[in-house]
Design a protein around this ligand. Structure first.
Ligand code: NAD
Ligand code: TYD
Length: 337
């Protein structure tokens, strides 16, 4: 039996990952530690609540006593750290919580991995640590780190700490850097769910700048599959990029969503650009392909339609989230621009 501590497992990718693993690995036990911030939602995990191989703790990864207690009580041998503040726009409004969770929290987990001599520490990072690309080229694992937002700077800091714990203390770490994810249970502050929900509500779709910023989109299940493989077959001390070779300007995605929902393009509103907005991200997949034989299974066309359908069918999930505080936060941010 493997005993895995998944942190941030009530968020978008973490909850998809937990369900992905419990469906496939009968001898993996998952302990989920999540603070349940605005982005964490236990409804994402309703289908595994009663699974004997799943257990939930509400708490903060910055809480060393709690982390140590869980590792010892649950006989944890592996940590997969998803816990993070994850939205660039929020990091522009206020960066403190990003430093606490993404940097200090990661350090608490690395210390625990060292002190408890864990078998594996997997840091879930992002391609945003590499900064922004011009019209050509792609990020490889050796591209220098050059983060541009408080969010990506905090994630890059966590990567550097992870690297240091491998080199200094031989903690068996691996870092994964994935491109932009989409799929079910993504919090509707990120581009794709925000646009789907606003379109369904016939509200305006705020496109930053000229809409020509490019992201490299991957379906969340492909990301989960790659993490699973890296967890079991990746090499300690390494970094693995993950992506789906699917570059797209934002405006193209927004129009595709409107067209699928048969809504009018007049809903699109070009708004003031995000400060420091990275122009283009693109992932070079050669390392994970050649070393681990992995490539994504989902086509963008099929998976984006599946994602839109999911939001249509799960209105109660996002209606709960888009009421109350979230609305006032969103209105503030939107009005400010
Ligand atoms: P998310 O914001 O949906 O979820 C984050 C989760 O972490 C939430 O459940 C939240 O409650 C929890 N959390 C936050 N602070 C915590 C703390 N101090 N202690 C314990 N739990 C805490 O994020 P996501 O999109 O699922 O991203 C997960 C990870 O993947 C992040 O590390 C992010 O940087 C990385 N990543 C995301 C993307 C993407 O496109 N979403 C792409 C590449 C990498
Ligand atoms: P986002 O989902 O916030 O991810 P990230 O900034 O981490 O890549 O944004 C994806 C792209 O969409 C990014 O170029 C910013 C843009 N965007 C908009 O144009 N309008 C929006 O309302 C949002 C949230 C994002």
């Amino acid at each position: 039996m493997k005993n895995i501590l998944v942190t941030g497992g009530a968020g978008f990718i973490g909850s998809n990952f937990i369900k992905y693993i419990l469906d496939r690995e009968k001898d993996f036990r998952i302990v989920n530690l999540d603070k349940l911030t605005y982005a964490g939602n236990l409804r994402n995990l309703q289908s595994v609540e009663d699974n004997p191989n799943y257990k939930f703790y509400k708490g903060d990864i910055c809480n060393k006593e709690l982390v140590d207690y869980i590792i010892s009580k649950e006989k944890i041998d592996t940590i997969v750290n998803f816990a993070a503040e994850s939205h660039v726009d929020r990091s522009i409004l206020s960066s403190n919580v990003f430093i606490n969770t993404n940097v200090i929290g990661t350090n608490v987990l690395l210390e625990a991995a060292k002190n408890f001599k864990l078998e594996r520490y997997l840091q879930i990072s992002t391609d945003e640590v590499y900064g922004s690309l011009g019209a050509n080229g792609k990020f490889s694992e050796t591209t220098p780190l050059s983060p541009n937002s408080p969010y990506s700077a905090s994630k890059a800091s966590a990567d550097l700490l992870t690297h240091a714990y491998f080199h200094t203390y031989n903690v068996p770490t691996i870092i994964t850097r994935c491109s932009n994810n989409y799929g079910p249970y993504q919090f509707p502050e990120k581009l794709i769910p925000l646009m789907i929900i606003n379109a369904l509500n016939e509200k305006s779709l705020p496109v930053y700048g000229d809409g020509m910023n490019v992201r490299d989109w991957i379906y969340v299940e492909d990301h989960c599959e790659a993490i699973h493989l890296i967890l079991t077959e990746g090499r300690s001390g390494e970094v693995y990029n993950i992506g789906a070779s699917n570059e797209m300007p934002n405006i193209k995605i927004v129009k595709l969503i409107l067209s699928y929902l048969r809504k009018d393009e007049s809903l699109i509103t070009f708004v003031k650009d995000r400060p420091g907005h990275d122009r283009r991200y693109a992932i070079d997949l050669s390392k994970i392909k050649t070393e681990l034989g992995w490539k994504p299974k989902h086509s963008f066309e099929g998976a984006i339609h599946k994602t839109i359908d999911w939001y249509i069918e799960n209105k109660s999930w996002w209606e709960e989230i888009t009421s109350g505080d979230y609305q006032s936060y969103y209105r503030k941010w939107y009005i400010e621009r």
